[in-house]
Design a protein around this ligand. Structure first.
Ligand SMILES: [Zn+2]
Length: 387
């Protein structure tokens, strides 16, 4: 996993941005002032909505690359890295309610959180590079419509990329256009074998964000965990031999992880990052939920206008109840089981933090589903007579 120094075309590698970074020269002070909290689960990306996406994606991207020593390790040209991050941010549409550059940066910050919870020990430097590029680029060029709409409308993206994971193939092709842009080719610093592996892995990570394949990946990961635990002697022995009750079986397997296993772990990290806002502190989670529901509603309007099958809930009536129902179902049946499985490999402190928010949010959404149910007699009374 060494950098290929002969291939580094940058005149003054590492020096340009790093010197500015150290002095705080090019970094917006407002951003830096808030960065110190980014390792906390409570860190709220939505607080940065008042800033230009370009500033946010570029600054966070550089911080992450520097934090994990990727610039130094691969001898990456900072100017090209900056160009890459800037061009990538321009591919995200700030007019989208949910799928903006802010969501992409949020995903990268969530990758960082999971790495800090203990996952970093599973990965090579190349894996880390793949993880951050994939998180930042997994929704490149998103235009606020989902695969169901693309299929039902026989959209040009389906015609070009086929009917399987059409949107994700589109994101990947857009991301690769940015990566291979002449001014952005920071990956030229990688050795040919690392470069080839990088391309393959980024492709796999982005395509794995298709939610229709979520179960397939998580089942594989669950199988791996079950078998790793049983090889170690089963969960009873794990509990008896480890003070944390978890780490012994993980550590026993870590040194023997194959390429395929590492790839599976990386996929799981990207999935965690993409879904994590559902289990953030409830006010933050509600804000993200509101944004995705606005995006869904706008899609429904377009479905109506084009006489397509309706795939999204109506905006009104009973909007709040529908939002609560959607979030509750998504949390209970998709996100929480995913988080339970993944956080099994995390440190106790981080595991407790994430799972307690998942539990708390579940209770709040479930209660709202009951309280706002239009079939509930007292709600009917309130709606009709204001009582
Ligand atoms: Zn996403």
């Amino acid at each position: 996993m060494r950098a290929n120094k002969e291939n580094n075309l940058c005149e003054s590698p590492f020096a340009f941005w790093w010197s500015l970074h150290k002095m705080g020269g090019s970094t917006p002070q407002a951003l830096l002032d808030r960065l110190h909290k980014w390792t906390e689960w409570e860190f709220n990306m939505l607080e940065f909505r008042d800033m230009a996406t370009s500033d946010i994606l570029v600054e966070f991207g550089k911080e992450l690359f520097a934090h994990y020593g990727l610039i130094e390790h691969f001898n990456i040209c900072e100017e090209r890295l900056s160009n890459f991050l800037r061009l990538l941010s321009s591919q995200y549409n700030d007019e989208n309610p949910y799928h903006t550059g802010l969501h992409a940066v949020d995903a990268a910050i969530n990758v960082h959180y999971l790495l800090q919870s203990g996952f970093v020990r599973f990965f090579t430097k190349l894996d880390l590079l793949v993880l951050f590029v994939s998180a930042l680029g997994h929704d490149t060029g998103h235009f606020a419509l989902n695969n169901a709409f693309l299929l039902n409308s026989n959209h040009e993206v389906v015609q070009k990329h086929g009917s399987t994971s059409a949107l994700e193939h589109f994101h990947l092709s857009k991301l690769m256009e940015v990566i291979t842009d002449d001014k952005c080719r920071f990956v030229d610093a990688l050795s040919p074998s690392d470069h080839a592996e990088f391309d393959i892995l980024v492709g796999e990570m982005v395509l794995a964000t298709d939610m229709s394949r979520h179960k397939e990946y998580m089942s594989k990961f669950e199988e791996w965990c079950t078998s790793a635990k049983s090889e170690f002697g089963g969960t009873d022995q794990v509990a008896a031999t480890s003070s944390d009750g978890y780490f012994s079986w993980v550590e026993a397997k870590r040194s023997s992880l194959s390429y395929e296993e590492r790839k599976l772990f990386m996929t799981v990290v990207v999935k965690f990052a993409d879904l994590a806002n559902v289990v953030k502190p409830v006010a933050q989670s509600e804000a993200w939920a509101e944004l995705i529901m606005v995006e869904f509603s706008a899609q429904r309007e377009r479905e109506i206008a084009l006489a397509l099958p309706l795939t999204q809930p109506a905006n009104i009536p009973n909007r709040e109840w529908k939002v609560a129902k959607h979030q509750n179902g998504f949390l209970k049946f998709v996100v929480e089981p995913t988080m339970v499985l993944i956080m099994d490999l995390a440190s106790k402190e981080k595991r407790d933090t994430v799972l307690s928010h998942a539990k708390n949010n579940g209770e709040i959404w479930s209660q709202r589903v009951i309280d706002l149910d239009p079939e509930n007699a007292s709600n009917v009374c309130r709606a009709r007579f204001g009582c």
